[in-house]
Design a protein around this ligand. Structure first.
Ligand SMILES: Cc1cc2nc3c(=O)[nH]c(=O)nc-3n(C[C@H](O)[C@H](O)[C@H](O)COP(=O)(O)O)c2cc1C
Length: 384
């Protein structure tokens, strides 16, 4: 177990372990990191008005999400590059989520085959990007369904590649390319170099883009062939409707920031949306997600599932998002810090910290069940 009392301390432990370029890939957003900071600040600005003397000796964190009971109103968000943070990182995240009784979302950019991740057990969701050759994405959907993923997320907020200037400046390219500067960075982090890269080298080579057919799998350090590059700039609602009709399970549009888009998502047959600005990693200057959540809730609340992500670092953040009308939250960096710091036990620690903080926040706000976390818990600000 890492000596960390909260997510911020896990973040510090992950920073010490990772090469600066890999840490920046997780931590930073795009351009001037305005949205990354805004997501966090918006939560800090939101205050609560607790209820008292309600008998909170027994508190139940469990809730129904997309047709199944989960042990807490959380799931792990899809993140690419997990295999760079820990040896077989996707598997470590999936196992920790299963142990905590919450879903794990496999990213299209995962580096372990969906069939193998499924062996970790637990509830799995699958996130889809579109490759230029659409048949590849359709095949990935079919594999995900056959492996037991019950929900598909289509990520809508990466229409064009984001501007990660810092990656170029730090000597890393994506796919991860190692230059002279980044080589120095790597050798000065021997625990990571040996524990992550060393283990890959000893066990058959660097991580690969797992959700492609074998002949197209590039490693994380090699450019994929063109037809295996993500191309989302032609994606529109018509194509997403086609994907909806093709997928037999629950269907979610991830990256929705407006009420009207949430309504369109339901109109084409989606079961809900993720209110998300990709953790500030797509459009810089995107509004903080918590500030647009009420608009989405008033557009589709009660008719579709509303998941939320962006800046969740404390149990109080989770309770605030639920109070605003989200059904559950997705965890991006919070669990990645645990992963980079200590692998599966580190992710389990992150989840245990958040569960304890949610439970405490519920106790201190007089909420015994998730259903009792309601809008009136939030204090009105003076500009309301
Ligand atoms: C390192 C990293 C990789 C990510 N990769 C993906 C991805 O492959 N697909 C996707 O839909 N979102 C991806 N995201 C966005 C997350 O799913 C989520 O929206 C975001 O991390 C939430 O913000 P938070 O990190 O502040 O919790 C990624 C985020 C991070 C930090």
């Amino acid at each position: 177990m890492i000596d960390a009392l909260n997510i911020r301390e896990l973040q510090q432990a992950s920073r010490a372990r990772l090469p600066a370029g890999v840490h920046a890939f997780v931590e930073r957003g795009v351009e001037d990191d305005i949205s990354v900071a805004a997501n966090l600040a918006a939560f800090r600005d939101l205050k609560m008005q607790p209820r008292v003397l309600r008998g909170v000796a027994s508190i139940d964190l469990s809730t129904d999400i997309l047709g199944q009971r989960v042990c807490a109103p959380m799931a792990i968000a899809p993140t690419g590059g997990n295999g760079m943070l820990w040896y077989r990182g996707d598997e470590a995240l999936a196992r920790a989520a299963a142990a905590a009784g919450i879903p794990f979302t496999i990213s299209t950019a995962s580096s372990i085959d969906v069939e193998e991740i499924a062996r970790a057990g637990g509830r799995l969701w699958f996130q889809l990007y579109m490759w230029e050759d659409r048949k590849l994405s359709h095949a990935a959907m079919d594999r995900a369904w056959a492996s037991g993923c019950d929900t598909l997320f289509i990520t809508a907020d990466m229409a064009v590649p984001p501007n990660r200037e810092f990656m170029r400046r730090m000597g890393f390219g994506l796919p991860f390319k190692v230059g002279r500067r980044s080589l120095l960075d790597i050798v000065s982090h021997p625990r990571w170099a040996l524990g992550v890269m060393g283990r890959y080298v000893l066990n058959g080579g660097l991580p690969r883009q797992a959700n492609l057919p074998l002949e197209l799998k590039g490693t994380l350090t090699r450019d994929p062939q063109r037809r295996a590059s993500f191309v989302n700039d032609t994606l529109d609602w018509d194509e997403v409707k086609g994907l909806r009709d093709r997928w037999k399970g629950k269907f979610i549009v991830k990256g929705v920031m407006r009420g009207e888009d949430a309504q369109t998502a339901l109109a084409i047959g989606a079961d809900g949306v993720v209110v998300s600005n990709h953790g500030g990693r797509s459009l810089d200057c995107s509004a903080p997600t918590v500030s647009v959540l009420p608009e989405v809730v008033s557009a589709i609340g009660g008719r579709g599932t509303i998941l939320f992500d962006g800046g969740i670092r404390r149990g109080t953040d989770v309770v605030k998002a639920l109070a605003l009308g989200a059904d559950a939250v997705l965890l991006g960096r919070a669990t990645l810090y645990g992963l980079a710091a200590a692998g599966q036990p580190g992710v389990e620690q992150a989840l245990a910290i958040l569960k304890a903080e949610i439970r405490r926040t519920m106790g201190l706000t007089g909420s015994r069940t998730i259903a009792e976390v309601s809008r009136d818990l939030l204090a009105h600000s003076s500009d309301d």
